[in-house]
Design a protein around this ligand. Structure first.
Ligand code: 13P
Length: 249
């Protein structure tokens, strides 16, 4: 499809709660070396907050951008333990994941809270990746479409200038960390649904990433689908070889 080729592929690694100064240094050096060979996609690594400064210094001069895995819904103030969007921007962090299913599940993040975080990210000039996805139970009940539409609803009436800066990741919860990726057709169906919710005039510019057990051996088939513009990768992003293999796909 012609419009597909206009969207440069985007590959985002989500390290989740993994890493150490020493291990990260090795992984980042390998990524930096591998990414040097002009990949046809943009690369982002989302690390735990405490390592973002390490990423900023290790990845300086490389084409790999830095992202956080969460952000506060508040701009500043007495919110112990929180990290604001402007703090992330301050340390050269360009991207942030918002509304990951693990935040929704273990930290009771509602669609409204996710929207407030998204607002903060946009106001600070960060590029947010809004995660949506249905649980196993919802998948089996056949309510995937309504769940996804509900998760998107609180931002759909935002100005085009905001929507243009948002990237969406479809991560079916049943596929995360299970080795059970959605099939390319299953993912494509939901990606097309997501694109159809976006205002017509900018729908073709929206990047929609797939996440959930993306590995070197299934990436190419997923990326061949017209509405899959890249991936949000968990486990495989912890291994430079696997992450770069997915990038090459
Ligand atoms: P896995 O790639 O480990 O399934 O994780 C996906 C994910 O949650 C990325 O945000």
């Amino acid at each position: 499809m012609a419009v597909h080729s206009l969207r440069k592929r985007l590959l985002v690694g989500n390290w989740k709660m993994h890493g150490s100064l020493q291990g990260n240094a090795q992984l980042l050096a390998e990524l930096k070396q591998g990414a040097g060979s002009a990949l046809a996609c943009d690369l982002v690594v989302c690390a735990p907050y405490v390592y973002l400064s390490q990423l900023a210094s290790c990845l300086k001069g490389s084409a790999i951008a830095i992202g956080a895995q969460d952000v506060s819904a508040h701009a500043q103030g007495a919110y112990t333990g929180e990290v604001s969007a402007s703090m992330l921007a301050d340390i050269q962090c360009a991207w942030v994941i918002v509304g990951h299913s693990e935040r929704r599940q273990y930290h009771a993040e509602s669609n409204q809270l996710v929207a407030a975080k998204l607002r903060q990210a946009l106001d600070a000039g960060l590029k947010p990746i809004l995660c949506v996805g249905e649980t196993q139970q919802e998948h089996e009940a056949g309510v995937t479409h309504s769940v996804i539409i509900e998760q998107l609803r609180c931002v759909l009436d935002w100005p085009l200038s905001d929507l243009q800066k948002i990237c969406v990741a479809y991560e079916p919860v049943w596929a995360i960390g299970t080795g059970l990726s959605a099939t390319p057709d299953q993912a494509q169906e939901v990606h097309a649904l997501i694109r159809a919710q976006w205002p017509d005039s900018i729908a073709h510019t929206l990047h929609i990433l797939y996440g959930g057990s993306v590995k070197p051996d299934n990436a190419a088939d997923l990326f061949a689908m017209p509405d899959i513009d890249g991936a949000l990768v968990g486990g495989a992003s912890l291994h430079a070889h696997d992450f770069l293999h997915i990038a090459a796909a």
